[in-house]
Design a protein around this ligand. Sequence first.
Ligand code: NAP
Length: 315
Amino acid sequence: MADAILLTSGASLNAEERGRLASAYPSLHVDGPDAMAGLDPAARDGIRAIAFKGHAQMSGAEMDLFPNLGVIANYGVGYDAIDVAAATERGVKVTNTPNVLNDDVADLAVAMLIAQCRTMRNGEAHVRSGAWAREGEIPLNRKVTGNTAGIVGLGRIGREIADRLAAFKMDIHYHARSEKPTPGWTYHDDVVALAEAVDFLFVALVGGPATEGYVSRAAIEALGPRGVLINISRGTTVDEGALLDALEQGKIAGAGLDVFLNEPDIDPRFLALDNVVLQPHQGSGSVETRRAMAVLQLDNIRAFLDGRELLTPVN
Ligand code: NAP
């Protein structure tokens, strides 16, 4: 089979995504890297590109199953599931889908902050249960506009979050490995110092081993009892045990979380907390954005197979 592509995480590709890929090239589906070794060797020989989706690890061992593999096109900007060093060693290109999802992820980050501060979960339950008519108003909650916000990782998504928070009249602080051009926002070279300075801390780092536990116990505790932590990056970037301790003990006021360790089987301690807003890793999950991501993934595959420059290469 010439120029075939392998679709991974077949189950989580929706019909439109799967149809778009399958109508462009002869294709095979597997449910994830674990299933790749089960493919017929002759079929594996024909695979030139992998359309990758999901968070299961794709290591060098899986790449070696495909002697003619040239590109792994990731569906998503975060490619921490793919061993990029192993790909580079084998001459395999990796691509991702940056920028097209920035707005959605930033929107969700701000939405989780507002939902947390304005106790929207409780408000919704109050209306639906009839308690509003029986008991009257819900307890007063917390103003969002005008507070001080910190961004950990002022990259593409972090910048979109900061721009939104600036429109909420917030004083913006940030931490990254280097200072960025900003409209006068305050830079901190240390994440604990950043947390100390702000009310709301947004985590927008890349995932992977280099940022594991980057938002440490000390940083979480430095946020203080009025602090709210919002994480839309990866579960790995925050010390999750320390976050749970701080939420349980009231060391911080609350959290809004779209990402966790061990998704989707998250730590049940989260479910017992009423000071958190929990989302199922749906940051980029609008119809419009997911379509743009799928199109960019396929455009990268097309570019590779046509011998053109890749649109959004990682390595
Ligand atoms: P980006 O533009 O590359 O920005 C990433 C930020 O992480 C930068 O500020 C960078 O700092 C920082 N960083 C990278 N490596 C670091 C290290 N070793 N130590 C400290 N800081 C480091 O990425 P993006 O497009 O904004 O995406 C950020 C992440 O969001 C993705 O990688 C993904 O994990 C996550 N995401 C989540 C969802 C969701 O559904 N919740 C959707 C999309 C993306 P410097 O500026 O110093 O380089």
